[in-house]
Design a binder for this molecule. Sequence first.
Ligand code: MG
Length: 336
Amino acid sequence: MNERDIIQYITNLAPNRGEGVVQGIGDDCAVIGKDGNSVWLLTMDTLVEKVHFDRKWHPPELLGRKSISVNVSDVAAMGGKPLFVLLSVGLPQSFDKEWFSAFSEGIAQGCRDYGCILIGGDTVCSPGGYSFTVTVIGEIEKEHVLYRSNASPGDEIWVSGWLGHAAAGLEIFSRGIDIGGQQFQPLLNAHLNPEARTQLGLELGRCGVVSSMMDLSDGLATDLAHLCKRSKVKGEIFADRLPLSAPLSRAADILDLSPAMLAVNGGEDYELLFTAPPDAAVTVEQIGQACVLDLYRVGRIRQGSGVVLLTADEQNNVREQKIAYGGFDHFGSDIT
Ligand SMILES: [Mg+2]
């Protein structure tokens, strides 16, 4: 059973539709009716020690902020404004008080940075190390919600910011190598302290020209596959349009990894992935400039299914490589 099978199994058993539920399982957030004009957005993510973070290299205050950011990112991914936070804390019997106090500072900082109020949660003793579950509740006008399910053939595929940074940062930390220098700081930061694209998400939701959106948590290959599946379309990524930064290319060289594969399969970038028709490009570019973020057109939506990476060789022959669901899966040896 992989992650998708597990979600499907539970969904089949539990009541999952009903009054007030505008969108249940299957998008970045659940969407619940609030009043005539607006809806609530609800999302939850868990960070588990040794799975999502390692206390050897992750400063606790940055981990606290990250646990807020990764949830806020899901609200941004629907075009919404984050408002409230619930936090459940799992700590070992004899936990490190100093570490936890710095972690709590990070939670507080994240709440301040994104304009959220901490409204409740839970605290439990954990026999298996530290774990943190955060729920973020946001809101948005009903007509501005951006779902994964509305991409159409002909739309262009966009991403905000560099891809693969967080995966490269994690790789550097987990191999325990010192590749030195300030030049790799953006990669390390992307893993330690990602920034949720809240302003960009809001603007893209309001502009009325974006057809679908989600955030990049599991890698472009996997996340675009989710979006394409929900929209019943095929996604094509042009390898030569992938936004690969100079630090990523240099680090990939040292790590003996392909920068393109880090960008396509690497998780936790928390950039936004969205689609819009070609005539929306000027509007999208303007929003990027207003948010001081570079936005990249990396592909297009076609009729069909799955996700492919298109690479042209020197003779301009285009090779099509299937990449759907190539990213991280918690139970994933059977992912193809
Ligand atoms: Mg998401």
